[in-house]
Write a protein that binds this ligand. Structure first.
Ligand SMILES: Cc1cc2nc3c(=O)[nH]c(=O)nc-3n(C[C@H](O)[C@H](O)[C@H](O)COP(=O)(O)OP(=O)(O)OC[C@H]3O[C@@H](n4cnc5c(N)ncnc54)[C@H](O)[C@@H]3O)c2cc1C
Length: 251
């Protein structure tokens, strides 16, 4: 029943941490088994709540990295050294621990149920996480919708989702993937370097006349710059969706 499913999504549950591995030097992938999972859509997130021994709680949102077709639920968390929650999740959590979460949450920033054009994904840093779920879903559902990802990472080592995205030229995903490196590229790097700007948007994303549905995710300033650049290029603002990973604070 729908009411029961909604109640389950919005109640806190304790999920067992099955596996933890370093995704990059700054980010960890957590594989979880929520006992009461109702399934999810690619792009949705969960809320994670930590409780200190004195009862103090902190709560943050994390996108689901795994496609709906996979049984286990993956999160990828990037450590902010001065953050409250992410250092715990990336450094202190251990397999077998229980983590309080609720979800899946969100119906806006999700893979379109019936895409009516190509889908353009644009990510900065850990903003690529919901797109890993979308690319996995695109492939698993054998979707023929053209999809491109433009992803800005600091260095090669900071690329999240290398398993899903593959090396340049590999067929790990059905999407056309462009990674731009903002803080230096290794010898032999054939992709672009530098921040996402209008020139890179024009060169590596679907043109406005193809009427793509565009999803942009990352730090607030990245999202704002990219969204402005897209509008300047002539994209329909109504077809551009954004999700910001800014400081969330909260209880
Ligand atoms: C829908 C959604 C999905 C997300 N998905 C992911 C994901 O998949 N992976 C991921 O790594 N992150 C994700 N995030 C971000 C995540 O929720 C946290 O914000 C992030 O992990 C940082 O949390 P923290 O507790 O470590 O840092 P916080 O303690 O929240 O601090 C974050 C930063 O803000 C600064 N700060 C804190 N409070 C203030 C203040 N009052 N004034 C000024 N600056 C302040 C801190 O110095 C720090 O640099 C997502 C966010 C949203 C909203």
């Amino acid at each position: 029943m729908a009411g029961t499913a909604v109640r389950r999504r919005l109640s806190w549950q304790r999920a067992e941490v099955l596996e933890l591995r370093h995704e990059t030097p700054r980010a960890s992938r957590l594989t979880l088994r929520p006992p009461d999972w109702t399934g999810h859509r690619a792009g949705q997130h969960v809320d994670v709540r930590l409780t200190a021994p004195d009862g103090y709680t902190a709560q943050r949102s994390y996108s689901l990295a795994s496609p709906p077709e996979r049984e286990a639920v993956d999160l990828v968390v990037e450590r902010l050294d001065d953050g409250e929650v992410s250092p715990y999740l990336t450094e202190e959590l251990r397999p077998g621990d229980l983590l309080e979460l609720r979800g899946p949450i969100g119906g806006y920033f999700v893979w379109p149920a019936a895409p009516d054009g190509p889908v353009q994904l644009i990510a900065g840093g850990s903003g690529v996480v919901p797109f890993l779920a979308m690319l996995g879903h695109h492939r698993a559902s054998r979707s023929s919708v053209p999809v491109r990802l433009l992803y800005s990472a600091r260095t090669v080592d900071d690329i999240i989702g290398r398993a899903e995205l593959g090396e340049p030229g590999s067929d790990a995903t059905d999407a056309e993937v462009t990674v731009t490196l903002t803080r230096g590229a290794p010898d032999g790097w054939t992709g672009p370097t530098g921040r996402v700007d209008s020139a890179l948007l024009a060169e590596r994303t679907f043109a406005p006349d193809r009427r793509p549905q565009v999803l942009v995710c990352g730090p607030t300033t990245f999202v704002e710059t990219v969204a402005r650049g897209l509008i300047d290029l002539g994209h329909d603002p109504g077809r551009v969706k954004t999700e910001r990973f800014g400081a969330s604070g909260g209880p």
